[in-house]
Write a protein that binds this ligand. Sequence first.
Ligand code: IPR
Ligand code: MG
Length: 149
Amino acid sequence: MEKKVGFPKIAVAVFILKGNKLLMGKRRDCVAHSYFSVPSGHLEFGESFEECAAREVKEETGLNIMKIEILKVTNNLFLDDEPNLAAHYVVILVRSVLADPNQIPQNLEPQKCDGWEWYDWENLPEPLITHFRNAIKEGFNPFQDNFKE
Ligand code: IPR
Ligand code: MG
């Protein structure tokens, strides 16, 4: 494994809830290539987690979201997802809902994602990106009303 020096990066992962479904896509040409993830992205200078969540979702899917809530802070080495590179990310897991439930997701960054689909919580696609997989092992469930640490 290539040793990578430097500091961990910070990202926000946005669980958009629609009924019992989550919006997810298969990643490409980026960290965790070919793994399934919710819309996510790097925190920019001066941003709140909620601002980052709304911006990333808009940039990647065109969707407007609301009721953004921070659910969990995760600390991840992407060793399985990046066998040749030690990517280290602190990922903030947030949930939200669509501002207008009739909105249709668009794949606005096709170089980074194969496309967005709604997936049942009971039937998630695989493989899941590291921070999501690990969070589930710890009991993470964005649909639980009382899920907050
Ligand atoms: P960008 O900012 O390009 O959307 O980042 P990303 O989709 O690669 O997400 C950040 C890291 C992941 C691993 C949560
Ligand atoms: Mg992204």
